[in-house]
Design a protein around this ligand. Structure first.
Ligand SMILES: CC(=O)N[C@H]1[C@@H](O[C@@H]2[C@H](O)[C@H](O)[C@@H](O)[C@H](O)[C@H]2O)O[C@H](CO)[C@@H](O)[C@@H]1O
Ligand SMILES: [Zn+2]
Length: 280
């Protein structure tokens, strides 16, 4: 097996598109700096809606395979080469009957799914893991389940000989979000979206003091936007804004924010690997 780079980051996401929305700039930055980035995507988003009219025929059985292609195209834009799809079925939005389908991720056994994720962690041995918060950011069952298996897999991996040094949750500082939405309100008339999302619609918004780490991905803004555009069934990008199939405009952030929930953070850190002893 070829020797992996000294710094190794693993991110856990629910559907194709989440990785680019939440961490596109972070992944592009660390790949460019020589770190090994592993993306684990739990489902292929089979129950998603499709934005472009010319692709709407894909909704249903064909969508999962198509979104896998979108994921590969997005990761090419970011330079990420290590992607693992766990193969669970998209559970649909919270409260839908789809949630009760035995094949969906929401119904997966925690230790079974976390065990599969721990296998990847024991293989790759990441020093840093990024996951959603305990609400999955915005309460989608697949996002909540992705959070649960990520936190459980860190425990299982430690029992199998690999201790993850730092675990972060994806976050957004409230003041940054409020400022960005104030700018969006001014620019909305010139954008191709119906109206603005509400701050409450954004995942992981917390008081600024909860933020431990801000990764400046400004240099990778174009790569992040290109990766998001690759998910054309799910995302429409217009300048510094985007919308999902709900056509609600929201800011496209290129500084990406995190809250450290395991390990020790340096005050105002800007590097997910800060304080980690990395073999040279
Ligand atoms: C970003 C994300 O997690 N998208 C999920 C989500 O998609 C949303 C859903 O279709 C909702 O009904 C729309 O209003 C919203 O615009 C969509 O972003 O849920 C899908 C079904 O589980 C999932 O495939 C998609 O990746
Ligand atoms: Zn998602």
């Amino acid at each position: 097996m070829t020797e992996l780079p000294a710094r190794r980051l693993l991110l856990v996401h629910a559907h194709p598109d989440d990785e680019s929305i939440n961490n596109g700039a972070t992944m592009a930055k660390y790949v460019a700096e020589g770190a090994h980035v592993t993306l684990v995507t739990c489902t292929l988003g089979e129950r998603g809606e499709v934005i472009p009219a010319e692709l709407r025929h894909l909704e249903g059985a064909a969508l999962g395979a198509y979104r896998r292609g979108e994921l590969d195209a997005a990761l090419t834009e970011l330079g990420v080469e290590d992607v693992r799809v766990l193969g669970y079925q998209d559970s649909g939005m919270m409260g839908l009957p789809d949630n009760d389908d035995p094949a969906v991720f929401w119904q997966a056994g925690l230790d079974e799914a976390a065990g599969a994720l721990a296998d990847v962690m024991v293989e790759v041995r990441p020093q840093v893991v990024v996951a959603y918060d305990d609400n999955g950011g915005y309460g989608h069952p697949d996002h909540i389940q992705a959070h649960r298996i990520a936190m459980r897999a860190v425990e299982l991996a430690e029992g199998r000989g690999h201790r993850v040094d730092k675990v972060y949750w994806n976050r957004m500082p409230r003041s940054v979000v409020e400022d960005a939405f104030a700018r969006l309100a001014e620019e909305l008339p010139g954008l191709p979206f119906g109206k603005s999302a509400d701050i409450a619609d954004l995942p992981g918004v917390v008081p600024d003091e909860r933020i431990t780490t801000a990764v400046d991905g400004t240099a990778y803004a174009a790569a992040k936007a290109a990766a998001m555009r690759a998910h054309a069934t799910q995302i429409t990008v217009a300048g510094e804004y985007f919308a999902l199939s709900n056509d609600l405009a929201q800011p496209l952030f290129t500084t990406e924010y995190y809250e450290l929930v395991r390990g020790s953070a340096e005050p105002g850190e800007s590097d997910l690997f800060a304080g980690v002893e990395v073999a040279s």
